[in-house]
Design a protein around this ligand. Sequence first.
Ligand code: FAS
Ligand code: PHB
Length: 384
Amino acid sequence: MRTQVGIVGAGPAGLLLSHLLARQGIESVVLEARSREYVQQRVRAGVLEHPTVELLREVGLGARMDAEGLPHAGVSLRFEDADHRIDFAALTGRGIVVYGQQEVVKDLIAARLADGGDLRFEVSDLALDGVTDDPVISYTRNGQREELHCDVIAGCDGFHGVSRGAFSGETFDRKYPFAWLGILAEAAPIQDELVYANHANGFALYSMRSPEVTRLYLQVPPDTDAGTWSDARIWDELRLRLGTEINEGSLIEKSVTGMRSNVREPMRHGKLFLAGDAAHIVPPTGAKGMNLAIADVRILADALESYLRKGDETGIDGYSDTCLRRVWRAEHFSWWMTSMLHNFPDEDAFQRRIQLSQLRYTVSSTAAATSLAENYVGLPHGAI
Ligand code: FAS
Ligand code: PHB
């Protein structure tokens, strides 16, 4: 079998790349280890930054997002027992949309299948060969070993995929001494915007998915077993850290997510191009993970179109450096938000006072609040 672009991974990066390439008349095949049902129900990101919202609308993927997504014009930071709103609309003229990653994935899969896209789920033992000259992806599907010959390969298989290890490069890594315990509850949100809380007991985040579903997170030690937190203990700790009443409800999901910053450089090796979590991960405090994946594939789709249609290699030669400028901006912002809002087990009194000073300055200075706001709503694609 042969295709122009072999895409490994059917997360937001792989699926959107396939969609963008199809719009440009470029053929692709998406190979995914998990089932369609699994990738469609996997609970992850919740916030679409402004450039992501605009891109999805531009490429015909905005209908359900506009009907069911929740437009937000700000967030609040809570510390020293008070909430402080950061007004995105007033400071930047832009906002965000709260719309679960799994909804974006469902929309992408539906669009690709309606368009005759070739999505192959539940493949196993996938291997990449010839990535510098004659790329081939081999894998097992329905018990049969198959080979897909490609003009190029896009490694969109996330942080635990095979693509990131397919070539040597430089890795930059920071692990954080805490994790997030996340819950999804069938309970009407009582806050109408996100609240990020810095409390003596630790960080908490109030988010939501719909008028009926609340999404909440608590900072916990890095090796926490979600099973050791009873529902009652979770609700009590959330009320304490967020300083607000919270509607309780049955838990749809309860899981612990590790916090880590990691970048692989370069993002290209020969005819293999990494995009999304396969190339970089961020702590979710800045709500950048999925948005960064989308920004990567927008650049990659244009670069591959020029290369495969016109033989112009400018885009693919500049791909890694172009993406990494935005990647490092998101890495810094996510590190900064994480450092400002979490309790560090080994922090001393000096660090605690520095952290509080940063929070007070961020909510009282227009310049500082604008800096947070413009990074959170998302710098325009290509702006950095
Ligand atoms: P993904 O990881 O989404 O997709 C990669 C795909 O490749 C997966 O479907 C996987 O099954 C597949 N794959 C892997 N190896 C393969 C192989 N060998 N063969 C074939 N397929 C293979 N970001 C936020 O902004 N906010 C959040 O709250 C948030 N929470 C998160 C919670 C968790 C548990 C995780 C892991 C991430 C979270 N993220 C969050 C980040 C997340 O949203 C990512 O940034 C986003 O999924 C990146 O999309 P992709 O790059 O497409 O990678
Ligand atoms: C979410 O709603 O899942 C969410 C929102 C903001 C974040 C992280 C996660 O920073």
